[in-house]
Structures are given as C-alpha cells and as structure tokens.
Write a protein that binds this ligand. Structure first.
Ligand code: NCD
Length: 304
C-alpha cells in the first residue's frame, strides 16, 4: 500500500496495527523521536485547516523529520493555473510523503497517479477524510476498547460531512454496529453511502430528524458542523446551520458511558457547557489525531 485516499485502502489488520503503534507512541514517545530523521513531509492544503495540517506537521516533527508545504491554494502555483498533477510531480522532487487537502472530490486520487511517493488524503471536498477517521477510531478504541456492538448516532450535516462518510465506511466492517442517522431532510446521508455501504453490509440503521428521541440508545454521538463552504446558497445554510445544538439538558436521557465526538471545528453544534461533561471526547480526538498520523507516516515510509 502506497497511498491512503480512502479509509478502505487500509485493511482491518492494518488499522489495528496503526492503533497499536499509536498506543506504543503514547507510552514510549522517545523511542520514535528520530525515526524519520532526514525525511520530509509536504503538506499541500488547497483548503483551510487547523487540526489536520498542524497535527500532520507536529507528527512529522515528533518523528524527527521535517516539513514543507503551503496552507492555502493562493500561496501556491495553483493560483496561476497549475494542475494538481504538475504540482504533485514537482513536490515529489522535494519530499518523501505528501498530505493533501483539496476542495475537489477525487483530487488526492489524481495526485496519487502522478507520483510514486505516498499521498495521504487529508480531506477531498464533501467526499472522504480517512485520517480523521483514524483519529476517530483510535478515540473509540481508547474509550470503548473495541469497535463491536456499538450504536453510533451521526448528527448534523451527513450530506457534505466527509468525516461521516469515512467513519461509516470504517465501522461497517465490524460486527454488531448500528447507525442512527440524525439530520434535517436536506442534509441526509447521500444515497451512495447508504446503499453501497450500510445496506450492502446489512447494517441495521435508522433515519431520523430527532436527536433527543435517539439519545438513550446511543453508545457514541458523533456531532458535525453544517458545511457552509459546500452550500450553493447562503440562505439554505442560514436556515439549516442551527438544526442541532447539543446542550447539557439534551443529554439527560443519554447513557452514562456515551462518548460525545466531533471532528471539530465546532461552530454552534455543541454548547461549551458540554465540554465539562466527562463524556465529551472531542479534544481527545484532536490529540489522538497526532498520534495516529505519526503511526501512519511511519507505515507509509516503511520505517520499522
Ligand atoms: C473536518 C473536515 O475538514 O472535514 N475537520 C477536520 O479535519 N477535523 C470537519 C469539518 O470541517 O467540519
């Protein structure tokens, strides 16, 4: 395996191996401090990012490697009309591995065809975000100890939320998973995900608009932001943006061991009052994102 474009590019065994390496990094960080000495990661971000880009960069520095890159399309020759393929061929002359985020679905796949060095999809449009899913999986593993027999509620923008699409793909491979898909009608999970992933794998699922009624059955509640940048029309965004706001009172019927997750950034979907709840895991996801990206860089660079 040379690139990670889709979470399904990794087998369940490979995901387990990444999780076990990430757990070892957490226990023994010094062991890894020089593993990527003289290696370079390029972060090519054609779209805004805080966590994904900075966690990739922190991950490479903590492995003893170096980082080059750009954080906006207008800081690169994309602004002059250069193609993704040419940009990637160029960067391959300078770096050993590339993490790339792009507003166009499929751009990282195109990039992977233009080079022999590993490409990691750091988010492509409303499509996929496999490394956020790895961060989510490490968090679920550390909170729950396994990926089996979990009822997972996904709430908010299930249409454009790429982290949701990748997470559903990943969890669909485990037994005893149930999904509760909570969204306004207009932001429902795309049919291609429902049909090709959930139905194809015979996974029990419910579609609802009602977060509070769903709460008591959930082991995991994965909240998401309404993805403003993917809307055609600002009026629709304004109408839908506050469809769900999680507040402490809405958690009154939730399980005592619920895990509340969110890929962040949060806009208004989770009130800050929820942050004090011991069930809130979203800042744990942030930290886990760095460790799992360290494990992924090691794997893709073939470092022992
Ligand atoms: C997510 C993304 O970029 O898709 N953020 C992230 O990488 N943690 C979620 C979002 O932007 O809403």
């Amino acid at each position: 395996m040379s690139s990670v474009i889709d979470i399904l590019d990794l087998s369940t065994e490979e995901i387990e191996e990444l999780i076990s390496v990430a757990c070892d990094i957490i226990e023994n960080p010094d062991k890894y401090a020089e593993k990527c000495k003289r290696k370079k990661l390029a972060t090519l971000f054609f779209e805004p990012s805080t966590r994904t880009r900075l966690s990739f960069e922190a991950a490479m520095y903590e492995l003893g490697g170096n980082v080059i890159g750009f954080s906006a399309a207008n800081n690169s020759s994309a602004a002059k009309g250069e193609s993704v393929s040419d940009t990637v061929r160029t960067v391959s002359c300078y770096a050993d591995i590339i993490a790339m985020r792009h507003p166009k679905e499929g751009a990282p796949l195109v990039a992977s065809m233009a080079t022999d060095i590993p490409i990691i999809n750091a988010g492509d449009g409303g499509h996929n975000h496999p490394t956020q899913t790895l961060a989510d999986l490490l968090t679920i593993y550390r909170e729950k100890g396994s990926f089996e027999n979990l009822t997972v509620g996904l709430c908010g923008d299930l249409k454009f939320g790429r982290t949701v699409h990748s997470l559903i793909n990943a969890l669909s491979r485990y037994s005893g998973i149930k999904f509760v898909l909570i969204s306004p009608e207009e932001l429902k999970l795309p049919d291609y995900v429902t049909n090709n992933v959930i139905i194809k794998n015979n996974i029990p699922y419910e579609v609802t608009t009602d977060l509070i009624a769903s709460m008591p059955k959930l082991d995991i509640l994965y909240m998401t932001r309404v993805q403003r940048e993917r809307f055609f029309n600002e009026q629709d965004y304004i109408r839908l943006k506050d469809s769900y706001i999680l507040t402490p009172d809405k958690l009154s019927e939730a399980k005592a061991d619920l895990s509340i997750m969110h890929p962040l950034p949060r806009v208004n979907e989770i009130s800050v009052a929820v942050d004090k709840d011991p069930r809130a895991c979203y800042f744990k996801q942030v930290l886990n994102g760095k460790y799992i990206r360290m494990a992924l860089i090691l794997k893709l660079l073939g470092v022992e």
